[in-house]
Write a protein of this length. Structure first.
Length: 158
């Protein structure tokens, strides 16, 4: 009778390594291999851990941005292939990059929208903080003026 294969337990700190590799490659399977964790465990963690899910989306957005920049670079200059410096040709094969861009476009679009909202919220908070400080300074100046008025002695009309 054959023994059932025991499931491999993920290492303790695999999430950070996984997310870093996901941001670098935009490839879940490659990131799981790098983190030495089963892809099934990665997807299970994504379903059960809201913070990990958010970090996953951020890593994909970063990976998407990196991929987009790399794709643009390759579209502009191509890649040298074979034959050494004198016989090399520029290759412009971007099919895999286009598939990855298409596969992640919607998720990354959502993440970019979240980032834009966070940026907007930070700007509004900054403006409100500046207004509060201005209000405090004005009130302090008014209080100083009132205090000075109380101690001001008017000359007699003699």
């Amino acid at each position: 009778m054959a023994k059932a294969k025991k499931a491999k337990r993920p290492p303790r700190q695999w999430k950070d390594k996984f997310l870093a590799e996901l941001a670098r490659t935009s490839n879940v399977a490659a990131a799981a291999r790098k983190a030495d964790v089963d892809p099934g465990a990665v997807y299970k963690a994504r379903r059960s851990d809201a913070e990990f899910y958010r970090n996953w989306q951020e890593a994909l957005a970063e990976g998407y941005d990196n991929l987009e920049m790399d794709l643009l670079r390759r579209l502009r200059i191509g890649e040298l292939t074979g034959g050494g410096p004198t016989k090399s040709r520029r290759k412009f094969d971007n099919a895999i990059a286009f598939r990855l861009l298409a596969a992640h476009r919607e998720a990354v679009g959502r993440q970019k929208a979240l980032r834009a909202n966070e940026d907007e919220d930070a700007i509004i908070a900054s403006i409100n903080e500046k207004l509060s400080k201005m209000r405090e300074r004005r009130l302090a100046m008014e209080a100083e003026t009132e205090k000075a008025d109380v101690y001001r002695v008017e000359p007699d009309g003699e």
